[in-house]
Design a binder for this molecule. Structure first.
Ligand code: SD4
Length: 331
């Protein structure tokens, strides 16, 4: 069945390629390369960033085990971290910006290439679910700030105080210290959650949600809500998500890059390594810079890689959920 489907798709794309390719002078091989054959065996997979990914993976896996779609699984999976006050870089309990406000970035992308995102959203416990509604109910991809809050409230979300006493205390201490804002790698080993899944039909989806860098400049938006930077899904090829200093990921459009490397034949592991290597080629690497990628391809092969040590990821496959240390480029 897989090969029949891929034959039909190949024929269709071949026909399109012949038309467009000859009109614009592209080589047909461009279209051929972008065509992944369906794997004969579908391998349900959930992969996510950091230790708290373990619990998120459980929730996502449960949905898929009951026949649910990857798109629902990734949303419900990251909802777990968003609601967990002990995760100090996502949703409730997230560390605030320099002015003491918790501001959230999130996005979601499905197997049909559709995507939704919110940026600089305040007071809403589940920003990724607002991003899902942006995708499902509007002609837009991204809504930010007050407009995103109004959209959420208009759609039944409730205002919540996201600043926990612990996060407020950490912010007060930071203010007292007089330290200038500086990005810190591997903040206490808790970080943004990005989660990717393949469901029993072989469809891919991904979600990413964060309160961003602790004590960031008010108004700052990171990579996590930007499709192609913090998350990218191509249902023919694979998916990738990022954690770490968003500015570096944005400057290299990291997750789009990882997926494109896979499209051109790299394994997910090699693709993550090549995207991290791209940082060295193109941007300034400061002492505390950390960036990590996880990726999965259509066949359920996975990869993870970071610039510096300390990045962990959670992988649920073959009924086993485990936390793994990502290999890294430099000490
Ligand atoms: C951001 N990428 O806002 C997020 C935060 C993060 O490790 O993942 N920190 O830049």
């Amino acid at each position: 069945m897989g090969s029949r489907r891929s034959f039909i798709r190949k024929s269709l794309l071949g026909a399109i390629a012949a038309g467009i390719g000859s009109r614009f002078g592209y080589a047909e091989s461009i279209f051929e390369n972008s065509l992944m054959t369906d794997p004969d065996v579908i391998r349900p997979t959930v992969i996510s960033t950091w230790f708290h990914g373990l619990e998120a993976n459980e929730a996502a896996w449960k949905i898929m085990q009951n026949g649910g779609a990857a798109l629902d699984a990734v949303e419900k999976g990251v909802n777990v971290s968003e609601a967990d006050p002990t995760v100090n870089s996502v949703g409730y309990g997230g560390l605030p910006d320099a002015s003491g406000h918790v501001t959230l970035d999130a996005c979601i992308m499905g197997p049909d290439g559709n995507a939704g995102s919110v940026a600089y959203l305040q007071h809403i416990l589940h920003p990724v679910s607002v991003a899902r509604l942006v995708m499902d109910k509007t002609p837009h991809v991204m809504i930010s700030g007050d407009g995103a809050l109004k959209f959420a409230l208009d759609n039944g979300f409730k205002k919540t105080n996201l600043l926990t006493p612990e996060a407020r205390k950490a912010w007060k201490n930071w203010k007292k210290s007089g330290s200038p804002y500086a990005p810190g790698a591997n903040w206490e080993n808790h970080d943004t959650i990005g989660l990717l899944a393949i469901d029993h039909k072989g469809n891919l989806a991904g979600a990413c949600t964060t309160s961003g860098m602790a004590f960031k400049h008010p108004g700052r938006i990171g990579d996590s809500p930007i499709i192609g930077a913090g998350l990218f899904v191509d249902n023919k090829v694979g998916a990738a998500t990022a954690t770490g200093e968003g500015e570096a990921v944005m400057k290299t459009l990291g997750c789009f890059l990882v997926v494109e490397f896979m499209r051109n034949g790299m394994s997910p592991q090699k693709a993550c390594e090549a995207a991290v290597a791209r940082l060295l080629e193109t941007i300034h690497i400061h002492e505390n810079l950390q960036v990590g990628y996880v990726a999965v391809n259509k066949a359920g092969e996975t990869g993870a890689f970071s610039l510096k040590p300390g990045f962990q990821y959670a992988l649920f496959q073959d009924n086993e959920n485990k936390l793994l240390d990502a290999p890294y480029l430099m000490e």
